[in-house]
Design a protein around this ligand. Structure first.
Ligand code: FAD
Length: 458
């Protein structure tokens, strides 16, 4: 069977490997000159291999971990990822939440109960919310935002600011007052209420392309620098820019999927032609997918990689930063770059509003934010050295806006020979790596199932 995958991000590569494992001949079309999509390595002239964006993974990313292991047989996963128990600590040391090595959910409950930097009343409130959510099956109310969920459980402003807001922004890249409570609860459920290791923090030791997309692409037939313009579904095959395949997985972002799957003029004509009750079910589902793809909004993430004049390490691999927008202190997380003792990265989530500012000022304010806050940490051995090189990478459409009531398409499309993959499909997760990998595997399985049944029919 001759199949194609469009897009070599984590979803597309996961789909392509699944299809190939089941005996298909797979060609991957990718517009860029390398694999990885929104999670890829970048070659910096001064700093060597850095990433387009600092990525954090969780022990709950089971499918991703399995995929990395399967591509590197005989190698311990610890050679590719640093694994640490859940530990959230502010750069100045005033806030700390640490999960002891206890069976779940006691590890996270103890972590909450002994959080440093929160009054006892707040720790009890946080604990009570976790227990109630667990008893309620981690169900939010329909259309509820994370902010409303927190107010329903009477979480204080301090608790929201110190704990829930940074966690929500890190997981959903959407602020509390507009983010989907159900997606937030799904992340809490699968990381804090699963097996003990699910809440572990995993930080890549290698750049994101080397982590596994490079090995995946060596095992596949890749067509780089091919921006697919048109996919046409026919009863017996699909045509990708005129080339014939038995079927394909479209694993591009939604805006690109809309462009290559639909002719805007045709969709408009078919909407105009028939009133809703006169449309065929096929027309109806095409229009519905077209609308869903167009309904996504996006949020930016900026990552600032700093190379310092001399070796310097944060007291922990990853620390939280306090924000003060009036001083340009807009970073939320700072990371040691593993294996590069002079390099750190700062993450600025939901960064669209800050990007209109002067870049040089933006960077120097963030460097001051890290320097000032770490200087107050009791275990910080020396002040942060001067910055030698810096690289600010802004991904303008880093994630979709994870609002309540956002309708996300399934892997199935209106055409049996085409399935959809990507972190934006209906994975139950926000836009995260594990969602991308799971959707890729699932889109591959759905495609094979549908092709099996369609060839049986022919
Ligand atoms: C800065 C940043 C930080 C992040 N941090 C985290 C984190 O800490 N933890 C986490 O879990 N997730 C994080 N994410 C989210 C994570 O990166 C994404 O969920 C994941 O990479 C999405 O993978 P994907 O395959 O669905 O999409 P993409 O990676 O977008 O892949 C789509 C691919 O399709 C290609 N393409 C598009 N149009 C065409 C076309 N017409 N023809 C051919 N190819 C095409 C693109 O070039 C791209 O390679 C972060 C994202 C960013 C940007």
């Amino acid at each position: 069977m001759k199949l194609a995958v469009i897009g070599a991000g984590w979803a597309g590569l996961a789909a392509a490997l699944s299809l190939q494992d089941r005996g298909a001949h797979v060609t991957v079309f990718e517009a860029a000159p390398l694999p990885g999509g929104r999670a890829r390595g970048v070659d910096d002239i001064h700093m060597g291999n850095i990433d387009n964006g600092q990525h954090l993974m969780l022990g709950a990313y089971t499918e991703t971990i399995k995929l990395i292991e399967s591509l590197h047989p005989g190698q311990n996963i610890d050679q590719r990822l640093v694994r640490e128990p859940l530990h959230l600590e502010s750069a100045d040391g005033t806030f700390r939440l640490h999960a002891p090595r206890l069976p779940a959910p006691f590890n996270t409950l103890v972590a909450l109960l002994f959080t440093k930097g929160l009054p006892t009343s707040d720790r009890v409130l946080a604990l009570r919310m976790m227990v109630s959510c667990r008893l309620g099956g981690w169900q939010a109310r329909p259309g509820e935002t994370a902010a409303r969920l927190l107010s329903r459980y009477q979480q204080s402003t301090l608790l929201s600011r110190k704990l829930w807001s940074p966690l929500c922004l890190a997981a959903l890249n959407t602020p509390l007052d507009s983010s989907c409570a159900q997606l937030f609860l799904n992340v809490l459920r699968d990381s804090l209420d699963a097996h003990r290791e699910a809440s572990d923090l995993l930080i890549p030791r290698l750049d994101l392309t080397e982590l596994w997309p490079a090995a995946a692409s060596r095992a596949l037939t890749m067509r780089y620098r091919h921006l697919v313009r048109k996919v046409q579904a026919k009863p017996t095959h699909v045509e990708i820019d005129g080339e014939v395949f038995d079927g394909c997985v479209v694993a591009t972002p939604p805006y690109a999927a809309a462009r290559i799957l639909f002719d805007q003029a045709e969709v408009t004509a078919s909407v105009m032609r028939a009133s809703a009750d006169m449309r065929t079910p096929e027309q109806e589902s095409e229009i519905s997918l077209f609308r869903m793809l167009g309904a996504f909004n996006y949020r930016a993430i900026a990552t600032l990689t700093l190379e310092l004049e001399s070796d310097w390490r944060l007291p922990r691999s990853m620390m939280m930063l306090d924000e003060n927008h009036s001083r340009g202190h807009v970073g939320q997380w700072v990371f040691n770059r593993i294996g590069h003792n002079k390099q750190i990265t700062v993450v600025i989530s939901d960064s669209s509003d800050f990007l209109k500012q002067d870049r040089a000022r933006f960077v120097s304010d963030i460097a001051s934010q890290v320097r000032e806050q770490t200087a107050r940490h009791p275990q910080c051995k020396a002040p942060m050295p001067d910055v030698r090189y810096q690289r600010l990478i802004v991904e303008k459409r880093a994630t979709f806006d994870a609002t309540p009531d956002l309708a996300r398409p399934a892997n199935r499309s209106p055409w049996p020979r085409i399935t959809l993959a990507g972190d934006w499909t209906d994975t139950g997760y926000p836009a995260v790596l594990e969602g991308a990998v799971r959707s890729g595997r699932s889109a591959a399985a759905v495609l094979l199932r549908q092709l099996g049944s369609s060839s049986a029919r022919e």
